[in-house]
Design a protein around this ligand. Sequence first.
Ligand SMILES: [Zn+2]
Length: 69
Amino acid sequence: MQVRLMDLPPRIKGFVTMRGGEPVIVLNARLNYEQNLKTFLHEKKHIENGDFEKCDADQIEAEEHREEG
Ligand SMILES: [Zn+2]
């Protein structure tokens, strides 16, 4: 597993993608360390659940992770 920081649009917190058969967590370089740590742990769950290629924008999160609060 790799972690990358990228300049993403402000509403996107991060996402998971596959590169060479390895999951890569991409975090938003514009957000602070605390938020990125939260996003990192969240994206790790996506990897454990096997749901990649999902973009975690604020709105998508509200729709898809209602059960997480
Ligand atoms: Zn998510």
